[in-house]
Structures are given as C-alpha cells and as structure tokens.
Design a protein around this ligand. Structure first.
Ligand code: PA5
Length: 446
C-alpha cells in the first residue's frame, strides 16, 4: 500500500519569493520536533491525560470493531435515515469521512461495503437553528429513522435540544419500545445527562474514553459508528490510521516523519509572520475534512494569545472568490493543499464539431488533468505571490488513505502544539459563551 506524501519544497523561499523560510531552518527544529513526539509517547507533556487517541488505531480489537459493525447493521436494516446528533468533535470526524466517501448527489457510499442498502445520514445538534430543526422534522416525517446521539460530556446544549425533539418525534412515530431499538448513545462511561438517560431507557451505548478529547475522537465509536452505518469499511479506515501511527512514531527519523516535518514547518512559518494557515483542496468531497482539520488545529493551538488561525477553501470554487485575497492580500498566510492523485472515476472532455466554446484543445483529456493543471497553476501563482505552499498528496480517496490522513493530522497536531508551547488537548476558551447563554436563559445556577 502507498502512503500519503507530504511535500514542503514550495514552502521554502528561494530568493525570488517574498518568503524566506529555508530548509535548514525547518531541519534545525528536528530534535525539538522529535522530542515533542517522544513527549507525546511518554505521556509527560501538557494534557498528558488526554493521549488515549495516540494508539487507538493499533489497539482497537476485532471484538470492538465487530460490535460497532453489528450495531451499524441493525440501524442499516431498520432505517432509511439515521440522524447523527452531535457538535464539534462529536460530529465533524464522522461527517468528514462520510462526505468524502459518499456520492455527491445520492449520498450513498461509493467506496465501502454495500452501496445499495445503507441509510442516508443526516446531522443535527450542531446548531440551534429552529428552521433547521423544523425542516429536519419535516424531512423525517413518514420515513423510518434512527438516532445516534453523541456527546462526551452528555450535557452540551445543542445536541441535547435536538435529541429531545427528535426522540419525541421517533417515539410518536414508532412507539417508545421500538424507538429504544433505534437510538444509540455514545457518551461518557458514567457521567452526564446522556449517560443517565441512556441507562434509564436501555439504549445501546458506546463509551468515549476519558482520555480522548472530542476533536481526537474520530477513531472511537464517535466516528466509527456513523461511518459504519454509512456503509464505509471501518476496518480499512483503521488500517490506514494504523499504518500512519507507525509512520509517525518518534523512532522514525525526522526526515522520514511527515507529522514532525509538517509540525516543524508550520511552526517555523508561524514564527516568520505567517499567522494564518489555509487548508485548500481541489476536490469538493474534502470540504468537511477541512472543517474537521480547522477544529483540530484551531481548538488545539489557539490559546494563551497565540496559535495559527486555521481557515479553509475549496478550489477551484474559491479561486473565484477568495483567490484575489490569497494572491494579493496581506502576506500573513500560508497554504496547505490536499491533492488526490487518482480520482475514483474517469470523465473525458468530449470532442464537439462546432467548438463554439473553444474547448476542443482539451478533447480526449480527462477532467482531472484540467484540475491538476489548475492546481499547479495556482501553486505557481501563489508561491510567486508570497504564499508558502505545503502539499499533501493522497493516492486515492478511499477509507484506507483517509485513515492515514486523519491520523497524520492528529499526530502532527500533538507535536505542533507542543512545539508552540501550549496544551493541545484542552479548550478552556469554549466555556465563555456558554456561561453567558445560560445566564441569559435563566438556567438554574447561572
Ligand atoms: O473537541 C471538543 O472537545 C469539542 O468540540 C466537543 O467535542 C464539543 O464541544 C461537543 O462536546 P460534547 O461531546 O461533550 O457534547
């Protein structure tokens, strides 16, 4: 099997460009990056009690996978639609994988187990939109549906609110007893309102380990259960992640260790004034991989008044909007581009007798060739414009390589956070809005 490839060559200045980071500067961080990686492995750094994600790919058992698959099969057999209820780290990983591997128009998985029979996955509890919930209820009307309710704390307002509404709709539609067989809770082993409710109602439950934070939980049942329900091969996802766990271990020399190189490069760029990292893809199905990545790095590093601001764009779409800013706006950005070497399908540009659109020069070429030239042209333009460019190439868009990509980003995030000097595993800043909201809503105790 191949590996995803990291290329930092175009992030390094060569005199003619307006950024000056050198390979020597990046490699000068090798010892420190490796030390940070060792600190992760030894569990001696900040947030050491949240390192359970580190060896998830290599430690998950066949029995755990089989149990998740069995629950997924039950939901697949009973439901036309499954609603995944969760917010932040409790839904973004699943959505990233499911969107990447499902059809753009039919929503069915194209790279997994059984493309014919699995349910449509929809999401709730990631906003407080009344219209959203109204429309979701309308969409579910008359359909057989189930719910996967995911909340580590079990007390987060957005998913709790959505679940209350959806639970009632499901019970009204199929009765309380049948509803219990279509609801699965993924939460803390003992604490929180969701745990209390699940125990009382007798829902099937999965535990989010104490030592795995939300944004690092995609390879726990938080991500694996919805992904399996969508018909995606979770064994392949885990196998890819396990290959990357090996490839990014602290014993792997810096020059061969993509997680350490990525972490060192982005930290050096940050020190040189590049305060914003834009994750760009040339494949619309990766949109939510970027959303997941934004949370992973933004929530892990944005603290103590420091940290790279994470942004994301979909190319070529956003070249027609944000392209101007990226080319000529303030030079405080660098780009990390995710490229897919071989698309799943092949579409050729047809020959046209009249050629009124002037595209016959492309006749017989694959659309992906045009996309790749757009990518190369963009890279040249942006580098010329003073935007350092890191490139990550995925051989193909399937569960195995996505597993590699997700783990690569997680591992690099841990190393990067330690290089920056923060605790990458806490999120003290997210409580502030909640306190105000509860006070404004007159919640008892606030
Ligand atoms: O990464 C995180 O910790 C957050 O994004 C949480 O996952 C999110 O706030 C949801 O929390 P919970 O799973 O407790 O409902």
């Amino acid at each position: 099997m191949e590996k995803i490839v990291l290329d930092i060559e175009k992030a390094l200045g060569r005199g003619e460009s307006s950024f000056a980071l050198t390979k020597e500067q990046v490699y000068a961080q090798a010892d420190q990056a490796t030390a940070c990686n060792k600190t992760l492995e030894n569990g001696t750094g900040k947030g050491y009690d949240f390192l359970g994600w580190l060896h998830l790919p290599s430690s998950i058992t066949e029995a755990e996978i089989a149990d998740i698959q069995e629950t997924a099969n039950t939901l697949r057999s009973k439901c036309e639609v499954v609603v995944v209820v969760g917010i932040g780290g409790s839904y973004l990983g699943a959505k990233a994988v499911i969107d990447a591997l499902s059809g753009t128009f039919d929503n069915y998985c194209h790279c997994g187990l059984d493309p014919q029979t699995h349910p449509i996955i929809v999401y709730a509890g990631h906003n407080i939109g009344e219209d959203y919930l109204h429309e979701l209820s309308g969409y579910l009307q008359g359909k057989s549906f189930g719910i996967i309710n995911i909340s580590k704390s079990g007390t987060t307002t957005e998913p709790a609110l959505a679940f209350r509404i959806l639970k009632k709709q499901l019970e009204d539609a199929v009765g309380k007893e049948e509803a219990k067989t279509r609801i699965v809770a993924v939460t803390d082993k003992a604490r929180g309102a969701l745990r209390t409710l699940a125990n009382k109602e007798g829902y099937k439950t999965y535990v989010i380990p104490d030592n795995v934070g939300g944004r690092f939980s995609v390879l726990t049942p938080v991500g694996l259960l919805p992904v399996a329900v969508a018909g995606i091969d979770i064994k392949q996802l885990i196998a890819g992640a396990a290959a990357m766990e090996q490839a990014t271990g602290s014993e792997v020399p810096f020059e061969n260790n993509p997680a350490e190189i990525y972490a060192a490069t982005r930290n050096e760029l940050y020190k040189s004034g590049k305060k914003i990292e834009i994750l760009a893809n040339f494949h619309p199905k990766l949109h939510y991989v970027s959303e997941w990545w934004k949370q992973l790095y933004g929530e892990s590093e944005g603290k103590e008044h420091k940290g790279i601001f994470t942004a994301a764009v979909d190319f070529t779409t956003d070249l027609h909007s944000m392209g101007q800013w990226i080319q000529e706006g303030e030079r405080s950005i660098f780009e990390t581009v995710i490229s897919i070497a071989r698309p799943t399908y092949s579409v050729e540009v047809p020959f046209d007798e009249q050629d009124l659109d002037g595209l016959n020069f492309l006749a017989g070429q694959r659309v992906d060739h045009v996309n790749k030239m757009a990518e190369l042209g963009t890279q040249l333009a942006h580098v010329d414009g003073g935007v350092p460019n890191i490139r990550i190439e995925i051989p193909e868009l399937n569960a195995y390589y996505l597993g590699q990509l997700l783990y690569f980003f997680e591992r690099a995030c841990g190393v990067s956070g330690y290089l920056l000097g923060v605790n990458p595993f806490d999120q003290p800043g997210v409580e502030a809005y909640k306190k105000n909201m509860f006070r404004l809503l007159n919640k008892p105790g606030y």
